[in-house]
Write a protein that binds this ligand. Structure first.
Ligand SMILES: C[S@@+](CC[C@H](N)C(=O)[O-])C[C@H]1O[C@@H](n2cnc3c(N)ncnc32)[C@H](O)[C@@H]1O
Length: 271
């Protein structure tokens, strides 16, 4: 996350270590740490060879790879700037001006520029505008930066639970909810949806921008289908057939189906 004196991301210095847990790193240039399975990826604003070597010596870890890259390369070559979906304006924190949502994208999925995030935001706004029954409680599964959860809260959803298994995503999403004045409406939970699948009863809407493998697992869970409305994305046309087969027969119907840059979105309602 951005901490003074940093006001934006320019270069990322990343170190991937085979180390399942890390001692606390007190370094002003640290952006954050991902823990994945038995490894950790450290992100810094500046090169940190000596610090990382000393971490390895203390802990017996080794460096799997290290890289330095432009922030735009991390964001798939896209310059992160303000954008609009429907009537909702979103801007990174370093841009001046009064966007509806201001976001620290950090190194977490959900800066808003991925076509799937756009698709989900657009479907969310349509559903909030069109829903025959009000959407007062929503679940954002795989929340990343928290953008979808924040958008829902900003547009009147009273209670949003945002879930991610990545601790850094949860920290970033929590900070972003505070930055946008919706911390009283959005609760961020660190949870692995694979190990601990959600029960969506009590929610009016589920938003899930995830990958196909996890989506298929969730589809097979009775608890996933308790909510009346689902916005689903994170898959490409070649994956749709398998996902269609995994849908619970006669339980859901399509309200909307869209594509953007070869990414798909489905909006499903209870049949
Ligand atoms: C494609 S990103 C979506 C981010 C954001 N919701 C958006 O639409 O831009 C998927 C997110 O799901 C999270 N995720 C992946 N596997 C997960 C799991 N097993 N449990 C919880 N979250 C998971 C990732 O950490 C990532 O932040």
């Amino acid at each position: 996350m951005l901490r003074p004196p940093y006001t934006r991301y320019e270069r990322l210095y990343t170190y991937h270590l085979n180390l399942p847990t890390l001692p606390a790193i007190d370094d002003p240039d640290l952006i954050g740490t991902w823990i994945e399975d038995d490894s950790a990826i450290l992100f810094f604003h500046r090169p940190k060879e000596r610090l990382v070597q000393s971490l390895c010596e203390q802990s017996g870890a080794t460096i799997i790879y290290e890289a330095d890259l432009d922030y735009t390369d991390w964001e798939a070559g896209r310059e992160i700037g303000p954008f609009t979906v429907g009537d909702l304006t979103v801007a990174p924190v370093w841009e001046p001006g009064g966007a509806d949502i201001r976001l620290d994208p950090s190194v977490i999925f959900g800066s808003g520029f991925h076509p799937t995030t756009h698709l989900c935001l657009s479907a969310l706004l349509s559903q909030l505008g069109a829903a025959t029954r009000p959407i007062t409680a929503a679940l954002d599964l795989g929340c990343g930066t928290g953008l979808l959860a924040i958008a829902a809260a900003k547009r009147g959803v009273k209670r949003v639970v945002a879930v991610d298994n990545n601790p850094l995503a949860c920290q970033v999403a929590t900070a972003n909810t505070a930055l946008n004045g919706v911390a009283d409406r959005v609760t961020v939970e660190q949870r692995d949806l694979r190990r601990d699948p959600p029960n969506t009863a009590g929610y009016d809407l589920v938003m899930a921008n995830l990958y196909k493998g996890l989506m298929t697992e969730l589809f097979s869970q009775e608890g996933f289908w308790q909510a009346p409305l689902h916005i689903l994305s994170g898959f490409i046309p070649a994956m749709e057939e398998e996902l269609l087969r995994a849908l619970p027969a006669n339980r859901v119907r399509f309200l909307d189906r869209r594509r953007a840059e070869r990414w798909c979105l489905w909006v499903l309602a209870k049949a």
